[in-house]
Design a protein around this ligand. Structure first.
Ligand code: NCW
Length: 465
């Protein structure tokens, strides 16, 4: 037995039905931005705006997954994945965000899902991972209520075309990011810094989720949130209040809406923008029953209410505002843990805390970890990437998942972010999250040590299927 196998077999045993996955998103991997009738998305526009993305990087080619998907599925099969989470590019399906559906766009996802199923891999489809058709942004974007109804039309179309191909549909990836990085801090497309509109955007993203769930009636469907563990720096009143605020806007605003059908009173008060955009009946729509909650987890925030600290948990690559609408005075402090290349603190205990908390406070819904992983400054030497740091990160977080299951959390699967190195939004190609190394010049794929380790964990668990 090799050391790698020993490490894999000595622990991390999971239930036989546990989904073993990896995740990507359309704009980060596909490329082919002008092919087969695809329209323009807000990220095409944003990447062309000077100063928005480090190094002026864009994803016109990305990792060319649109053309190489069969090879990429072969890599997934080599890893032994039982599930793959990807997103559909809305502008491939509706180039202008409304009206006619583009059959060539739908065809790509049929080919992809066929290939996955032929390899025994369950397709988990995300409808929206941040690439809004530019035409809808021109009409006001997510602060415009109509965008939610356009999303439901799009969801119905994708669902009708692919329902027999897809294992689980999910709606909006990380609505916090789409709303507050897109419309408050401006770090992400469309790059607006309009705090009040960011709150409207958040509500309309939630509404879009609920309308889409209703439009996809009777299929297995979930919503997706990015959750953080949040700690006060001290037990002072100011720090405790800072933690309540950040937990409120990051976590409870979305969890309460999707799973309880209401917004938390304290968060609404913190936001200070009123609720005139919430129409009668909206909260019931947003609370439409879901089959699974997709949780993306990366890190813990430690926060202080004392003035003068850092405005964010990690450096932003470009000039940005604050995403913390109504709580701009809160500062983010060093919690004393090691960090990834993103500057995100590594804290597997935070994952256990988040899972226990969701299972306790929102009990009715099964969970999956739909993203978890880390960027590190990988080195490719003699055809290998010895990414012991990433392997340790995954190992620690999978152990937290197992501990959660043992504690009774209904956790049904785990998706590593990401399957492959890709376009990391405002950071461009400088940050590598992949299990698989990609040479962005040649598009050559090389399995990192973390991928080989993950494959062993999966093989070990699937032996007991
Ligand atoms: S940027 C981000 N990510 C990474 C991205 O590649 C993926 O598409 C996302 O789903 C990895 O996972 C998610 N999340 C945004 C985190 C923002 C943190 C900034 C906080 C500043 C206050």
């Amino acid at each position: 037995m090799t050391t790698q196998q020993e490490q894999a077999s000595s622990h991390l045993r999971f239930p036989a039905t546990f989904a073993w996955g990896a995740a990507t998103s359309a704009y980060q991997v596909e490329g082919a931005v002008n092919e087969d009738g695809r329209g323009t998305s807000i990220w095409d526009t944003f990447t062309r705006t000077p100063g928005r993305v480090l190094g002026g990087d864009h994803a016109d080619v990305a990792i060319d997954h649109y053309h190489r998907f069969r090879d990429d599925v072969a890599v997934m099969a080599e890893l032994g994945l039982t599930a793959y989470r990807f997103s559909v590019s809305w502008p491939r399906i509706q180039p202008d965000g409304s009206g006619t559906f583009n059959l060539k766009g739908l065809d790509f996802y049929k080919r992809l899902t066929d290939e996955l199923r032929a390899n025994g891999i369950d397709p988990w489809l995300t409808l929206y991972h941040w690439d809004l058709p530019q035409a809808l942004e021109d009409a006001g974007g997510w602060p415009n209520r109509d965008t939610a109804y356009r999303f439901a039309d799009y969801a119905r179309c994708v669902h009708d075309a692919l329902k027999d191909h897809v294992h689980t549909f999910s709606t909006v990836n990380e609505p916090w990011c789409a709303a507050f990085l897109g419309y408050a801090s401006g770090e992400h497309a469309p790059g607006r810094r309009e705090p009040a509109n960011a709150v409207r955007a958040a509500h309309h993203l939630n509404l879009a989720h609920g309308l889409a769930v209703q439009a996809m009636d009777a299929r297995r469907v979930g919503g997706c949130v990015n959750l953080y563990a949040v700690s006060p720096e001290t037990r002072s009143e100011a720090d405790l209040d800072a933690a309540r605020r950040i937990d409120g806007l990051q976590n409870r605003f979305f969890l309460d809406a999707l799973l309880l059908g209401r917004y938390p009173d304290d968060v609404i008060e913190d936001l200070g923008v009123g609720l005139d955009f919430v129409a009668d009946g909206d909260m019931a729509v947003i609370n439409a029953p879901i089959d699974v909650l997709l949780v993306n987890y990366y890190s813990r925030f430690t926060v202080s209410g004392a003035p003068g600290g850092k405005a964010s948990a990690a450096a932003a690559p470009t000039d940005t505002g604050s995403p913390w609408v109504g709580s701009e005075h809160v500062s983010f402090v060093n919690g004393g843990r090691p960090v990834t290349a993103m500057g995100w603190e590594i804290d597997q205990d935070g994952l256990l805390e988040v899972l226990n908390r969701v299972a306790r406070d929102y009990p009715a819904v099964p969970l999956v970890i739909s993203e978890n992983g880390a960027a590190f400054d990988d080195v490719l030497e003699q055809g290998r990437v010895h990414d012991t740091d990433r392997r340790a990160y995954l190992d620690a977080h999978l152990s937290a998942c197992r501990a959660a299951i043992e504690a009774g959390v209904p956790l049904e699967g785990y998706f590593a972010w990401s399957l492959m190195d890709n376009f990391e939004w405002a950071w461009g190609y400088g940050k590598r999250f992949g299990l698989v190394h990609v040479d962005f010049e040649t598009q050559r794929r090389v399995l990192k040590d973390s991928a080989l380790w993950y494959a062993e964990i999966i093989r070990h668990n699937r032996r007991h299927e």
